[in-house]
Design a protein around this ligand. Structure first.
Ligand SMILES: [Fe+2]
Ligand SMILES: [Fe+2]
Length: 484
């Protein structure tokens, strides 16, 4: 493959810039923030004020844009004023949480009119939350609509979700995608909660993390491509939480191919989620710094495996904290040539899980924008760099399986085909001989002309080849939108 042949079409990296998309992003973000805050605090809490005002301002702006605006759920996407909202990377978690909250209550259309005022809005949010806590056999939508009517909240527009019928073969795929995305988003939220709690010395419910890791393992047994694609979205707000979940997904996927049992995968995933636990107390700009680090900053960084173990053993529920978990966290920066930190004792071996996490960790760090390096690498470049260090930093046998898992062209890479089509790698084949021939979702011509997205399976089309790729930010918003 030639080095990145030319600049790929701009639109593959562009955000939805229209006013509608900007407003849609704002709505999704502020609605989710208020829901989340209202679930955690009671009605009179001050913490509610900011998200409440934020949502109010957004609703005003929406009203000025289109006084009959509404948000609709259709085919697992959110629509604003009948236009599908792009699943942009920065709102990706909120987007899917809002989608899920609406679907769970059977809400297909939601509109909030300015007449509601602050009190009305807050009253609605609490009714909405209450409807989500009903047992599954209750009709949450009817309940919500009744309560809203009783409360006289005339500014709330609600319509029942019409379930897509006769979805055919697409239905199952959508279902798998939806489950995977939701599990990933929940993993992100829980990881944020847990790491923040550890940071503040609060009690941590490690059982919930275990359950979550098991659900990721189960989903991966059905289909791993969506979860792997999600590890490619690098521009969320907070590096450490994303990184922890990414490394967890990458480690589990690799562990599966290495033949680990379900129980072992659970343990490996847990170690991966916690591998950088020792970093939670470090200053944020140190962890996500773009600049080269000063010597004393490196010392602080190099302490994080030790610090991680110290924090881990303080977590309640000691039964769950196995020896394996502890040593995996402790040794995740040791290399097969016995360098790395903390120094190895003469006869000490690097634990197997730590060696798997070492590879997944490096790959995710290399492909993320905010790490110790000045610039993030594209997946393909990162793979090359990992290969150069096989046998020095990384265990070759594990690295080989890792490449087979993620692919030579990781899911989400932007590639150019020999017929001039440009697209995004959507799926890799399991067989080693087909690693360079993934399924590509073509979406444009190299000159920038957009085409209707279509999947090209390079294994089935020997006449086509990947002739170039775009280095850089990996899955940007449109790429993400194409894949999910
Ligand atoms: Fe680390
Ligand atoms: Fe890490």
């Amino acid at each position: 493959v030639s080095d990145h042949a030319a600049k790929p079409p701009e639109f593959l990296f562009a955000r939805g810039g229209s006013e509608l998309h900007v407003l849609g992003r704002r709505f999704v973000r502020s609605f989710q923030r208020l829901l989340r805050t209202a679930q955690l605090h009671d009605r009179r809490n001050e913490a509610l004020l900011r998200p409440l005002h934020e949502l109010e301002e957004t609703l005003d702006a929406l009203h000025r844009f289109d006084s009959s605006w509404q948000v609709r759920v259709r085919n697992d996407y959110l629509h604003l004023c009948d236009e599908r909202l792009k699943v942009e990377a920065d709102i990706f978690p909120s987007y899917h949480l809002v989608l899920d909250e609406l679907k769970r209550r059977g809400v297909g259309t939601l509109g909030l009119r300015p007449g509601l005022g602050e009190d009305g809005l807050l009253a609605f949010v609490h009714l909405f939350i209450a409807a989500g806590r009903l047992p599954a056999e209750e009709d949450a939508f009817a309940h919500l609509a009744d309560r809203v009517r009783e409360a006289g909240l005339h500014g709330v527009l609600l319509e029942r979700l019409e379930e897509a019928t006769g979805a055919g073969s697409g239905g199952h795929l959508r279902n798998v995608r939806h489950r995977s995305v939701l599990a990933f988003v929940k993993a992100l939220c829980l990881t944020r909660d847990v790491l923040t709690a550890v940071d503040r010395d609060h009690v941590v419910n490690i059982r919930r993390v275990k359950r979550l890791v098991s659900s990721l393992v189960d989903i991966m047994n059905v289909d791993e491509s969506v979860l792997l694609a999600l590890t490619n979205i690098k521009n969320y707000d907070d590096y450490t939480f994303n990184h922890s979940v990414n490394v967890c997904v990458l480690a589990i996927a690799t562990g599966r191919r290495l033949g680990l049992s379900r129980r072992q995968l659970g343990e490996l995933g847990l170690a991966a989620i916690f591998h950088d636990l020792g970093k939670v107390n470090l200053p944020r700009d140190l962890v996500s710094s773009d600049a080269p680090l000063a010597p004393q900053e490196w010392t602080a960084i190099e302490r994080h495996p030790v610090e991680g173990v110290r924090k881990l053993v303080q977590i309640k529920g000691v039964n769950e904290i196995t020896n394996k978990l502890v040593v995996s966290v402790f040794r995740h920066h040791n290399n097969v040539d016995r360098t790395g930190y903390p120094p190895l004792a003469p006869a000490e071996e690097i634990p197997y899980f730590a060696r798997i996490i070492r590879v997944a960790d490096s790959f995710d760090a290399m492909t993320s924008a905010r790490t110790y390096r000045a610039r993030n690498l594209g997946g393909i470049e990162a793979m090359e760099e990992l290969w150069c260090l096989a046998g020095t930093l990384y265990e070759p046998a594990i690295l080989k399986v890792f490449v087979a898992t993620v692919g030579i062209f990781p899911v989400g890479s932007v590639v150019q085909l020999s017929n001039g089509d440009v697209g995004v790698v959507a799926r890799n084949h399991l067989e080693a001989e087909d690693l360079a021939r993934p399924v590509v979702r073509a979406a444009a011509r190299w000159d920038g002309q957009e085409i209707d997205p279509r999947d090209v399976d390079l294994r089935e089309t020997p006449e086509l080849e990947i002739v170039g790729y775009a280095a850089g930010p990996g899955a940007a918003s449109t790429v993400l939108d194409l894949l999910l």
